[in-house]
Design a protein around this ligand. Structure first.
Ligand SMILES: [Zn+2]
Length: 128
C-alpha cells in the first residue's frame, strides 16, 4: 500500500516535507505540496553535502492528483537520494506511478470512451 505524504512526514535521514497543499488534509495534516522543499537533514553542513540542505521531493508521474498535481507517496525519492518513509496510514494512493512518464497503464478511463478495456492503451500488447 502507498501511504500519502503530508507536511512534517520524513525521509530516511529525518528531512521533513515543509510546503503544504492547504485544500487537502490526511489525518488532519495538509498533503505535502508537489516537489515540496525538504528541511535540511544529515549530512547537511558537511563538505559535499549541500544537496541535503536544499532538497525537494523529486518530480513524479502519477494519476492520483490533489490540487491538480500528483500526490507524493512513501517510497518517492527526494532529489538528494533520500526516500520518503512516513505518511498517513489511513489514506492510501493506489496508483504507484513512477519517475518516467507513460510507464504505467492509465486507469479510470471510462469504459466506452476511447477504450473498451477501461484502461489506457499504454503498455498493452497483443500477441500475433
Ligand atoms: Zn538527503
Amino acid at each position: 500500500m502507498a501511504l500519502v505524504v503530508r507536511i512534517t512526514d520524513t525521509n530516511t535521514a529525518g528531512g521533513m516535507a515543509m510546503a503544504p497543499r492547504l485544500t487537502v488534509l490526511a489525518e488532519f495534516l495538509p498533503l505535502a505540496a508537489y516537489m515540496s522543499p525538504v528541511s535540511p537533514h544529515p549530512c547537511c553542513g558537511a563538505p559535499g553535502c549541500e544537496i541535503h540542505c536544499v532538497a525537494t521531493i523529486a518530480p513524479m508521474y502519477r494519476t492520483v492528483l490533489a490540487d491538480y498535481l500528483p500526490v507524493h507517496i512513501v517510497t518517492d525519492p527526494d532529489i538528494c537520494g533520500h526516500v520518503r518513509i512516513t505518511g498517513a496510514t489511513t489514506v492510501l494512493c493506489l496508483d504507484i506511478g513512477g519517475s518516467v512518464p507513460g510507464s504505467a497503464p492509465i486507469p479510470n478511463t471510462p469504459v466506452g470512451l476511447g477504450s473498451s478495456s477501461g484502461y489506457g492503451e499504454v503498455g498493452l500488447a497483443v500477441a500475433p
